[in-house]
Design a binder for this molecule. Structure first.
Ligand SMILES: [Zn+2]
Length: 418
């Protein structure tokens, strides 16, 4: 076993955000309290927190460079002793600041320069809650905290919100994140940040759907294979990757079903997907059969050489452009050049998931019950399916409101009575 080392870093806020940077050592082997290395260059960041990096974990050791260096030396000695077979107590934890002390320190700094009086008690309240939740989990010092603690707090905040508001839970969790970040503990990240947790989004946007005119024009601009492909997206509600990896053996013409299955051979991420069986409408049967007969290999909609065709989105945008369906308002800042949807196939109104949303909304509008729609879409949670009730409700509502005002003849000439 190779033995772990404890390297010393300073967590500072750079122009690009919070970063762990190497502190600069002066000629007398002391740490320069003001300077760190950012991408090989010396920059000045007098404030920040020193952290030890041990076996993939970050342990904050305070803002004092002398103390930080001592902590690193102690920890290095301890790790070397452990590597030599000594059974030593977890010394760094004894040194670590308690969560309660860290909150008190943080709040001292937080009050300074805050003009909005409301935010200080809010922050204090949230951190007190967080402290209580941590102590339930027997977490006392900062070094004990990990990603699960903040996730656990989010769930606690949701469960204890009188209205079970995700918005409240997420706002509170972001406050805890601010506090943790100031201590060098970053467990929350954006989508795709490795090892980081994403605070659940609370902005519920209404799903966008295509209307009948758009669909007719779009399908008219397709070549024969494209037409079957996009009609399949629309009439089965498949997700993009489910269509890309759809195999001929997934379709049964006898039963008129399409199976969505796990496909380990394609490294197809089905973890989040439910395997399910979708009912095929009768008018899709013959076109699908024809496409499958002419396609090379196992896939239903492959490239010419029989490989998975992953450029579906680009195809969709090109068809929309050809059909003259671009909205004309999208301006996209590209890496090489700026593009707008008046001249290029980049219209943001055209994307694949919108076919799935249109599928869901159409089924609900036509009176298919929500349980069946949920099953066809492969939603684990009915709340996900219920989102699609919103556009259909609006449409119903428009009709009803029209009917209300049609029954009130305001245009009629008043009969004058004298
Ligand atoms: Zn556009």
């Amino acid at each position: 076993m190779t033995h772990k080392t404890a390297s010393l870093w300073k967590y500072v806020k750079t122009a690009d955000g919070w970063r762990y940077c190497k502190p600069v050592t002066k000629s007398n082997h002391k740490i320069d309290p003001r300077r760190v290395l950012v991408k090989g260059k010396i920059e000045e960041y007098p404030s920040g927190v020193y952290c030890l990096h041990i076996g993939g974990r970050w342990l904050p050791v305070g803002a004092d460079p002398v103390e930080a260096l001592k902590a690193q030396q102690r920890e290095t000695a301890r790790l070397a002793a452990i590597a030599n077979g000594f059974d030593l107590p977890d010394a760094i934890k004894e040194e670590s600041e308690t969560i309660a002390d860290a909150i008190a320190d943080f709040m001292d700094g937080y009050k300074i320069g805050k003009s909005v009086k409301k935010t200080t008690p809010q922050m204090q309240h949230t951190l007190n809650e967080f402290l209580a939740v941590c102590s339930q989990r027997n977490k006392r010092v900062l070094a004990d905290l990990d990603k699960k603690d903040i996730m656990n707090y989010w769930q606690w905040a949701l469960d204890n919100s009188p209205t079970r508001s995700r918005r409240t839970a997420s706002n509170k969790t972001m406050r805890v994140h601010t506090f943790l970040k100031s201590n060098g503990l970053v467990f929350v990240g954006k989508q795709g940040d490795p090892g980081k947790w994403q605070v659940p989004a609370f902005v519920e946007e209404l799903p966008e759907v295509y209307d009948l005119d758009q669909l007719q024009q779009f399908l008219f601009a397709c070549d024969p294979i494209q037409r079957v492909k996009f009609e399949t997206l629309l009439k089965t509600g498949l997700r993009e990757m489910e269509l890309v990896y759809l195999e001929k053996s997934d379709i049964s013409f006898e039963d008129r079903t399409l199976k969505v299955r796990v496909k380990p051979s394609y490294d197809f991420q089905t973890k989040t997907y439910c395997e399910r069986e979708i009912t095929l409408p009768v008018d899709l049967i013959e076109p699908l059969r024809a496409v499958m007969d002419s396609a090379p290999g196992n896939l239903v909609f492959p490239t010419k050489s029989g490989q998975p065709h992953r450029k579906l989105l680009r195809e969709c945008k090109r068809i929309a452009m050809r059909a003259g369906l671009n909205c004309g308002c999208c301006d996209r800042k590209g890496r090489k050049r700026d593009q707008n949807c008046r001249e290029h196939a980049v219209c943001e109104q055209w994307y694949l998931h919108k076919f799935r949303a249109t599928f869901a909304t159409t089924l609900l509008q036509q009176g298919i019950d929500i349980k069946n729609v949920q099953q066809q879409l492969g939603h684990r949670d009915i709340a996900s399916t219920m989102r699609y009730l919103a556009p259909s409700k609006n449409k119903d509502l428009k009709g009803k409101i029209d009917a209300v005002w049609a029954a009130v003849p305001l245009d009629k000439k008043p009969t004058v009575t004298q």
